[in-house]
Design a binder for this molecule. Structure first.
Ligand code: 26Q
Length: 827
């Protein structure tokens, strides 16, 4: 036997040449040696992979140096716990952040390969539904750029967000097997596998000191295997980590398979273990209550917390006295909130801390972000399901609740109604665990994601908790990363901006304000308009390919892309389209502004109304696009399979960004920020971050309409949509077209439910209430677009004043107020 002790260090890899020649060599080497390819005609996919491996090589040393520095400096660390990370593609982002864009283009040119084709070969990592998942991706990007020691923890779903096909105007879901051709960016780390418990029961016993303790016995265990993805910062040598867990059966399952008597049951049990990380739930509200989803949540929480405790005990032993000063978990909505109980369980049952000490640590370590104002979207789990799956955690939650309710009773003696309202356990036919309340009680910080949202939380949903602990509540307005959402996806505009004000904006977005002084420069405006036009041509090509409809690049590109939801009011958008169609048919087209309307987004597979709305958009598009009277005055498409990589083409091409949710319902919105940054004007309500967008850009550069949140609330009980329709000639004509079956020629009654919803005085989204003011705002936008000089000025100002909406700013706010981490540069 020999042991490892040579004269050379295995970790001391030779450095790589970052120039085009070095890249060419790398690509050739990986093509032959890593991928075993020997003909140059093989599919683009291997060429993409060879390039991706070559770029990945350049991240590895930085990744190691970053980890070394974090261990050496032993500073405070934060963990972003999220059931979703909607990463999209990684290659272009890595090239950009390494500062190797020109070299890559050069190398590919030398090899006679098309850059864009290679980029297009990468599958989106669609491990998220929408805003919340994409926010997590932008956050970890910004943390790496700010050199903050933050690790993302999530689930490595075998199937991400479904692929959306449109067949006969209807959404059809197809599984997204994104790992089919392998994933260049992930590194399997089986040595950090964790064991996760389910089922069994909790029992009390006396330990070797005679102390009464509890434990979780007779559990069925599942393995959690980590896969790490590098998260590069922008040109700063930092590479952080996104750690995603895959579930696997334990060896016991494999052994028991040989036991013929139980064979079928053993295989089924193995499947149940491997099911956990099989699929992302494709709904973006928590209506489901499915046991598998609860398993996923606990799986993520337990694996991640155990991983953090493993690292802690490796360096600090079992002394937890400084744990809360050195660690912080940020809970992305209530989805990973079971972490509160899991950390308590591990500290008490495994590390034998006293309850009070464990609680002090836990409640100084957890921070919770809320992403919704809809009361029906607050997560609840039936107590009986919880108890069967996670019995020991339910014990702990009961105990947390008991001491919490004592605190409430001390503060408001005799107020039993308040105790009932605030209890973590909801009483009723079926008892439920209220996850948001567990999150608030267990955290030292609770934040909303835009100022209005945070204000409404403390006035409404969380009012009682705010009265008890006002100091916990705070706002952190969302953002997006300008590296992906400007520097990468809009290269022509980025170049123009950098030529004009320097490239500091890439890491300091507020610098964009220097563009404001350029609006009076006609030459600059022309260049700005040229970039927009180029981006519109690019989108037109995509629309023509995917939808078979021609978008004329000089028309106004009017765009609404986001999940399909009644509260987001894609329906209001359609009503406006029908109104424009009706005007064209009536010849009311003086001073017409040609428009191309694009609507895209996925509906939760079980959300009937959302799917009907997709069908309505498709049918209206069919009629409008094929009517010779309409011609180029109006085009409409439903864009299929909207996702991160589609937005990278859509946002740069938008003229008008539709942010038209019922006021008080959209927590923040982040698509609105991507559009603004790329020079689109917003037509929007006073909802979510729209309010702050308008504050930044000025009301003269924003098309505002609709009731505000207060007016929406006051309208309940007085809302009379039929009266509104009857009093508005335009609205009457639109409803007549809908109701006479003009958009459902061969299927009368197809849109009956949609019509019913618009006409219902209990329509919670009050589509009719905002119809007139929406049409007026649309007319203002159309008129404004006719004056291209002034439109381009407004476009420039939107970009110029988008500086606040960088996740760099958002992360600095989280760090200043919640995490309190020191930046650490790699070794
Ligand atoms: C929960 C339990 C069971 C099944 C599904 C879910 C679930 C999954 C995803 C619940 C909610 C979501 C996603 C919510 C979401 O994306 N919210 C959006 O978050 C953005 C980032 O803060 C905001 O900008 C949006 O306003 C908000 O709608």
């Amino acid at each position: 036997m020999t042991t490892d002790s040579g004269t050379k260090d295995i970790t001391d890899a030779p450095s790589l040449d970052k120039d085009a020649a070095g890249l060419v060599k790398g690509i050739q080497r990986h093509y032959l040696r890593t991928l075993g390819q020997h003909t140059s005609s093989t599919s683009n996919h291997y060429k993409y992979q060879a390039l991706a491996y070559t770029i990945r090589d350049h991240l590895m040393q930085n990744w190691k140096n970053t980890k070394d520095a974090y261990i050496e400096k032993d500073g405070k660390r934060a963990y972003y716990l999220s059931l979703e990370f909607l990463m999209g593609r990684a290659l272009g982002n890595a090239i950009l952040n390494l500062g190797m864009d020109d070299e890559t283009a050069d190398a590919l040119h030398q090899l006679g390969l098309s850059y864009e084709e290679k980029i297009e070969m990468e599958r989106d990592a669609g491990l998220g539904n929408g805003g919340l998942g994409r926010l997590a991706a932008c956050f970890i990007d910004s943390c790496a750029t700010l050199q903050l020691p933050v690790t993302g923890y999530g689930i490595r779903y075998e199937f991400g967000m479904f692929r959306q096909l449109i067949q006969n105007g209807y959404q059809v879901e197809e599984p997204d097997h994104w790992l089919n051709y392998g994933n260049v960016w992930e590194m399997n780390r089986p040595e950090y596998t964790q064991r996760i418990h389910f089922g069994g029961h909790s029992e009390c016993y006396h330990d070797d000191q005679g102390v009464m303790r509890c434990r979780w016995a007779d559990t069925q265990d599942v393995l959690a295997i980590p896969y790490d993805t590098p998260i590069p910062g922008f040109e700063n040598g930092t590479v952080n980590t996104l750690r995603l867990w895959k579930s696997a059966a334990t060896d016991e399952f494999n052994l028991s398979e040989f036991n013929a008597g139980d064979y079928a049951e053993a295989v089924a049990a193995k499947n149940r273990a491997e099911d956990i990380s099989m699929v992302l739930y494709p709904n973006d509200t928590s209506e489901c209550g499915k046991e598998l989803r609860l398993r996923q949540q606990y799986f993520l929480a337990s694996a991640s917390i155990k991983d953090v405790l493993r690292q802690w005990t490796e360096h600090h032993g079992v002394d937890f006295s400084h744990f809360a000063d050195k660690n912080c978990f940020q809970l992305n909505d209530t989805h990973p909130t079971i972490s509160v109980a899991e950390l308590m369980r591990l500290l008490i049952d495994e590390y034998r801390l006293e309850w009070d000490e464990a609680w002090s640590i836990t409640s100084r370590t957890m921070a919770y972000t809320n992403h919704t104002l809809l009361p029906e979207a607050l997560e609840r789990w039936p107590v009986h399901m919880f108890g069967a799956l996670l019995p020991r955690l339910l014990d702990i939650i009961y105990e947390i609740n008991a001491s919490f309710l004592t605190e409430v009773a001390d503060r408001w003696p005799g107020d039993v109604e308040r105790q009932r309202r605030m209890s973590i356990i909801e009483e009723g036919d079926v008892q439920q665990v209220r996850m948001a309340y567990l999150a608030i009680v267990g955290s030292f910080s609770v934040n909303g994601v835009a100022q209005l949202h945070s204000d409404l939380l403390v006035e409404g949903l969380f009012k009682d908790f705010h009265e008890l602990w006002p100091e916990k509540f705070n706002n952190k307005t969302n953002g997006v990363t300008q590296r992906r959402w400007m520097a990468w996806c809009n290269k022509s505009l980025s170049r123009l901006i950098s030529d004009s004000i320097g490239n500091g904006w890439v890491t300091d977005l507020a610098q964009l304000r220097h563009l404001a002084s350029r609006v009076d420069d006609a030459g600059f405006r022309q260049q700005w308009a040229d970039c927009k036009r180029e981006n519109k041509v690019r989108l037109s090509r995509l629309v023509s390919e995917k939808c078979g409809v021609d978008f004329a690049p000089d028309a106004m590109f009017d765009i609404q892309v986001k999940r399909i939801h009644e509260y987001k009011r894609q329906l209001l958008n359609v009503l406006h389209v029908i109104h424009l169609y009706d005007r064209i048919k009536r010849g009311d087209t003086e001073n017409w502004t040609p428009r191309c309307v694009l609507i895209g987004g996925k509906a939760a597979p079980g959300y009937y109304m959302a799917k009907q709305i997709i069908k309505l958009v498709s049918n209206v598009a069919q009629v409008v696009n094929n009517d010779p009277d309409v011609g180029d005055k109006l085009k409409v498409v439903f864009f299929p399979n909207y996702r991160v990589s589609a937005m990278e083409v859509i946002a740069p091409a938008a003229d008008l960004s539709e942010q038209i949710s019922t006021a008080g319902k959209e927590a923040s919105g982040t698509g609105n920020m991507k559009f603004m940054m790329n020079g689109a004007l917003t037509i929007g309500t006073l909802d979510g971050a729209n309010i702050e967008i308008r504050e930044e850009v000025g009301d003269e550069n924003f098309f505002l309409f609709g009731l505000n949140a207060e007016e929406v609330e006051a309208m309940h009980g007085h809302y009379d949509p039929n009266g509104i329709i009857a009093g508005d000639e335009d609205f009457k004509r639109v409803m007549t077209l809908l109701e006479c079956g003009h958009f459902s020629q061969f299927e009368p009654g197809l849109f009956a439910e949609i019509i019913g919803a618009i006409r219902s005085d209990r329509d919670p989204w009050m589509v009719a209430a905002d119809f007139r003011s929406y049409l007026d705002a649309q007319q203002r936008a159309a008129t404004a677009y006719l004056d291209q000089q002034s439109w381009v000025k407004m476009s420039i100002l939107n970009t110029a004043y988008s500086g606040k909406f960088s996740t760099d700013r958002t992360m600095q706010d989280y760090n200043r107020d919640i995490w309190k981490l020191s930046p650490i540069a790699p070794n």
